[in-house]
Design a protein around this ligand. Structure first.
Ligand code: PAF
Length: 282
């Protein structure tokens, strides 16, 4: 695996691959890799002849007061794991390469960003949409792979790719979980031992609600209200949201009588954890 530190360097590989008629997949990451990221790399590997993984802790997607400075960083370890996963080029640019002096463009997706994490993390989705647009335009991959754990992000990226006429197929990859159900996340590193014991309540709660909603007859609101109470009883200090929403538009739903998912974000110690699960269709 080769590491490209800037766009000019990355272009050399891209030109050679395209010249040879090879297909290219992109796996965008902010590093601090776990098995979830590696599953994205494996999907990319299976879909295309060449794989680029990007590693860029994107300052633009951290809201004021969030954990940009503390965000876990381990480029040497990440590099080893990406190489083992069959990545051809690791694109690890500096901030000046992504946001050169005078950078003044922002990609903003309306609608999908106005609920769930959007209002709670001002500027976050604009930061994600801008950096992902830049990567998609620069690399022009055939396929780009994103995890379903960040499901709202996945929908935002699908929307921007369609709206901007970008050719990449945006592939969603299933959430990878610990045996006790906790979704893998770089931010799980913030959990202390006691918090780690409480953390699986998040998935257990939304999975239970999703089960109760199958068939489309049950009311979501009382189940979500009880779920909030369960999370607080399990040791979470606050629940930002626990809601049933349409799986494609994110419109709120009273019952699971359309393709839907249960979404949550909640605070446990220093960590803000998010998760979501589909309500199975009958
Ligand atoms: O999901 C992430 O790790 C980031 O939001 C992404 C897509 C790499 C953009 O910085």
């Amino acid at each position: 695996m080769r590491t490209a530190r800037n766009t000019a360097d990355l272009r050399q590989s891209l030109v050679a691959w395209r010249g040879a008629g090879e297909t290219v997949a992109l796996v965008p990451t902010m590093g601090a890799l776990h098995a979830g990221h590696l599953s994205l790399a494996r999907i990319a590997r299976a879909r295309c002849e060449r794989v680029v993984a990007s590693l860029f802790v994107n300052p633009a997607q951290f809201s004021p007061g969030e954990d940009l400075a503390a965000y876990p960083r381990d480029e040497a370890g990440d590099s080893r794991l990406f190489a083992e996963a069959g990545v051809d080029v690791l694109f690890a640019p500096g901030a000046d390469d992504i946001y050169p002096p005078g950078f003044a463009t922002r990609v903003s997706v309306s609608g999908l960003t106005e609920c769930l994490c959007g209002p709670l993390r001002p500027g976050h989705f604009d930061g994600v949409a801008t950096v992902v647009s830049k990567l998609l335009v620069l690399i022009q991959p055939d396929v780009a792979v994103f995890g379903e754990k960040d499901y709202q992000q996945l929908l935002v990226i699908r929307r921007l790719a369609a709206d901007l006429g970008l050719a990449a197929e945006i592939v969603g990859a299933p959430t990878v979980r610990e045996e006790d159900g906790l979704a893998l996340s770089s931010r799980n590193a913030y959990l202390g031992a006691q918090e780690r014991t409480a953390a699986p309540a998040l998935h257990r709660t939304i999975a239970g609600i999703a089960d109760a909603l199958v068939g489309g007859d049950a009311e979501a609101a009382p189940l979500c209200e009880a779920g909030r109470a369960d999370l607080l009883a399990a040791g979470f200090s606050g629940v930002d949201y626990l809601e049933l929403r349409h799986a494609e538009t994110l419109a709120p739903l009273a019952r699971a009588d359309a393709p839907s998912r249960v979404f949550t974000a909640a605070h446990l110690g220093r960590a803000r954890l998010i998760d979501n699960v589909p309500v199975a269709a009958v």
